[in-house]
Design a protein around this ligand. Structure first.
Ligand code: SF4
Length: 109
């Protein structure tokens, strides 16, 4: 029988366990303070062994708030948009090799 209780979960290895939740849900009273708070949370995430799993989870559930997997909500929205965007069609490369009259002048000289 499958026993989920004995299985490890990526959150078991999160280094933010027990950390102040406010650190990961920054509310700055100015853009500069907010940036400092986000950078502090991201610094913790940078050393987390489950950063990739955390980010994947946040993207999958569409977590709208907080720092997850070292990303801000705006960065996750960008990641989701780019992942959902259709692949761009490659445009043909057109090589322009100078003016034909120029090459005639060059060969005549
Ligand atoms: S990546 Fe950051 S938010 Fe996610 S578990 Fe690790 S420390 Fe916590």
């Amino acid at each position: 029988m499958h026993n989920d209780e004995n299985e490890e979960h990526w959150t078991d290895h999160a280094i933010c366990r027990g950390a102040d939740p406010d650190l990961f849900f920054p509310i700055g009273y100015s853009a500069e303070v907010l940036r400092e708070q986000m950078d502090a949370a991201k610094a913790v995430c940078a050393n987390c062994p489950v950063k990739a799993e955390c980010l994947a989870w946040a993207l999958r559930v569409g977590e709208p708030d907080g720092i997850w997997g070292g990303t801000t909500p705006e960065e996750r929205r960008y990641l989701r948009r780019t992942a959902e965007a259709p692949a761009r069609r490659r445009l043909p490369v057109i090589v322009v090799r100078g003016d034909a009259s120029e090459s005639e002048h060059a060969s005549a000289a």
